[in-house]
Design a protein around this ligand. Structure first.
Ligand code: ATP
Ligand code: MG
Length: 264
């Protein structure tokens, strides 16, 4: 039985169709990378998995239970089994890093203060930032903030970690630190990971399985090697970072050739 299953999910906002019969099933312990253009519905898909959005049609299953119709209080219970690194990765500005990580433990467990502090420190060490506990988020770099947010996401020792663009805005070296961290957490905590990314270096590094969303459906599901070898035009262009003429639109002025550099 898959741990997570999306069955024929349809979701629209007003007249805009975002998910259009999406099917995806994920086994326990898998690490799956989700790629797709901006606006293709990747974040919306993640929100369906944790019940932050409900489908107009279709079914969401988690660990043998249908979840799309659950009441909020049951969803809150379910979400404790997930770590969610949001795209906007917001930490609470008015709390220290250690307090940020302790927050879900204070909210959702009855552990003692001392215990909670110990766990929060352990998570900070796990993301390689044992010294930043007393600092405020504003004192950290973007990459460090992502790592603290990740430490917070794993505070409750989730079974599943959802990463929404964990490397966006980071330089290649900092991105690789995050990639290694994702691999390490998948290995050491035996979690199931879903990583949404635009970053193909990251996709090929962390995903044993890559899926691509296009117009609200999956158009590819396979290994990184299969992705590289795929004849699908949309996937090939995504990997190569090539826009179509239509996407370039007004940039294609008469007489300007694609890829032409201006010469002073
Ligand atoms: N709560 C909402 N209300 C209305 N429209 C929404 C809502 N959430 C998402 N959308 C729309 O659904 C589409 C898909 O959004 P989504 O955030 O899933 O894209 P994405 O694939 O994650 O893109 P990106 O790579 O830029 O993060 C977008 O056009 C977005 O404007
Ligand atoms: Mg998104």
């Amino acid at each position: 039985m898959p741990l997570i299953e999306l069955k024929n999910i349809h979701k629209r906002f007003g007249s805009q169709v975002v998910l259009d019969g999406l099917n995806l099933s994920i086994e326990r312990g898998e690490s799956v990378v989700v790629i797709g253009a901006s606006g293709s519905g990747k974040s919306v898909m993640l929100k369906h998995i944790v019940g932050l959005l409900r489908p107009d049609d279709g079914e969401v299953w988690f660990d043998g239970r249908r979840t799309d119709g659950l009441q909020e209080r049951h969803l809150v219970e379910m979400r404790k089994r997930f770590g969610f690194l949001f795209q906007m990765g917001a930490l609470f500005d008015s709390m220290t890093c250690l307090e940020n990580i302790a927050f879900p433990l204070v909210e959702h467990t009855r552990r003692s203060r001392a215990d909670i502090e110990l766990i929060a420190r352990e998570k900070l060490a796990m993301v390689g930032l044992p010294e930043v506990g007393p600092k405020m988020p504003a004192q950290l770099s973007g990459g460090q903030r992502k790592r603290v947010a990740l430490a917070r996401a794993i505070a409750l020792e989730p079974e599943v970690i959802l990463y929404d663009e964990p490397t966006t805005g980071l330089d290649p070296i900092r991105s690789d630190v995050i990639n290694e961290l994702i691999l390490k957490l998948t290995r050491e905590l035996q979690v199931t990971s879903i990583v949404v990314t635009h970053d193909m270096a990251s996709a090929f590094k962390v995903g044993k399985r890559i899926v691509m969303l296009y117009h609200g459906r999956l158009i590819f599901d396979g290994t990184p090697d299969q992705a590289r070898a795929s004849g699908d035009e949309n996937l090939r262009r995504f990997i190569a970072g090539e826009a179509t003429d239509e996407e370039l639109g007004p940039l294609l002025l008469p007489g300007v050739r694609r890829g032409m550099k201006s010469v002073e």
